[in-house]
Design a binder for this molecule. Structure first.
Ligand code: G
Ligand code: G
Ligand code: MN
Ligand code: NA
Length: 256
């Protein structure tokens, strides 16, 4: 992916696929949606982590076609699931956006086109933007997020707690959700500092009218603490690892 010319890059998009990790309502125990996570299987090197190839794709500009493919593929899959499982209701798909994608001039229009082509509406997708990227570009992002919000697209600040949010921007940006970085959920049951940070983030979110997803929930002790804090949603290995679309489809058959 990194050092090849654009024609090779197109071929390499065929080596990408998406995994989906369920996001669970801690109140009802039901799945509210999925986070789409890109996977790259290199013909000789095997699985390459997005933590490795996304930064390279950002440097080379390939993040633009890659990011567009992720949005398309996630919407294509969601529209299939909605047809196959009409009783499952308002499932949404969370898609990670890179900072570079925020600079695409017609991003809101491109997303609108993808949604329309798949018979989806804005509420069906949630865009995840990391706290640090958002705050680095806060003044520019304000207008973009407002345009996305006009389409009823849901907006989530990812890896929350690892950047330096300006409270005035947090208040001003049309965000729906804070996703607490998994480093704070990690060991919250044994480390009271982590537990205090999680509690503060949940309280901050609620006072701003935002809902909260706890990322990286791995055990029951964490789940019990998060429920006691009134955290809305959870995501993590306790509930499910990220899975292929085929595996998620199998699980969905047991729900309906
Ligand atoms: O799924 P995994 O834990 O390996 O992901 C590692 C990192 O890659 C995470 O920070 C995740 O947000 C990021 N990532 C996964 N899929 C995408 C994607 O489609 N676009 C972007 N920009 N980042 C992604
Ligand atoms: O940065 P972002 O929040 O998008 O990263 C999501 C990543 O977190 C995914 O790559 C996923 O594989 C990983 N992840 C999801 N749940 C857990 C978990 O319970 N524990 C750990 N260690 N990683 C997780
Ligand atoms: Mn994410
Ligand atoms: Na995160």
């Amino acid at each position: 992916l990194p050092s090849h010319p654009p024609s090779a890059a197109r071929a390499n998009l065929q080596q990408l696929h998406l995994y989906y990790q369920p996001i669970i309502s801690l109140k009802t125990g039901r799945v509210t949606g999925f986070e789409a996570l890109v996977r790259w299987t290199h013909p000789t090197r095997g699985a390459v982590s997005p933590a490795e190839f996304i930064p390279i794709a950002e440097k080379t500009g390939l993040i633009i076609p890659l990011g567009e493919w992720v949005l398309l593929e996630a919407c294509r899959q969601l529209s299939i699931w909605k047809q196959e499982f009409p009783t499952l209701g308002a499932l949404n798909i969370s898609v990670n956006l890179s900072g570079i994608q925020l600079t695409i001039p017609d991003l809101p229009q491109r997303i609108a086109d993808i949604l329309r082509a798949h018979n989806l509406s804005g509420e069906n997708i949630k865009l995840e933007i990391t706290e640090s990227i958002l705050m680095e570009n806060a003044s520019k992002a304000t207008e973009l997020l407002a345009e996305l919000k006009q389409q009823q697209i849901q907006l989530c600040i990812d890896d929350f707690g690892t950047g330096y949010s300006s409270l005035s921007y947090l208040h001003r940006l049309p965000i729906d959700t804070l996703k607490i970085d998994r480093s704070f959920i990690n060991h919250m049951e044994s480390d009271s500092k982590n537990a205090d940070i999680v509690k503060s983030i949940v309280n901050l979110a609620h006072s701003l009218g935002l809902n909260v997803v706890a990322e990286g929930v791995e055990n029951r002790e964490q789940l019990i603490m998060l429920k006691a804090l009134d955290c809305e949603d959870g995501q993590g290995y306790l509930f499910s690892r990220p899975k292929s679309a085929a595996d998620i489809t199998e699980v969905m058959k047991t729900w309906s």
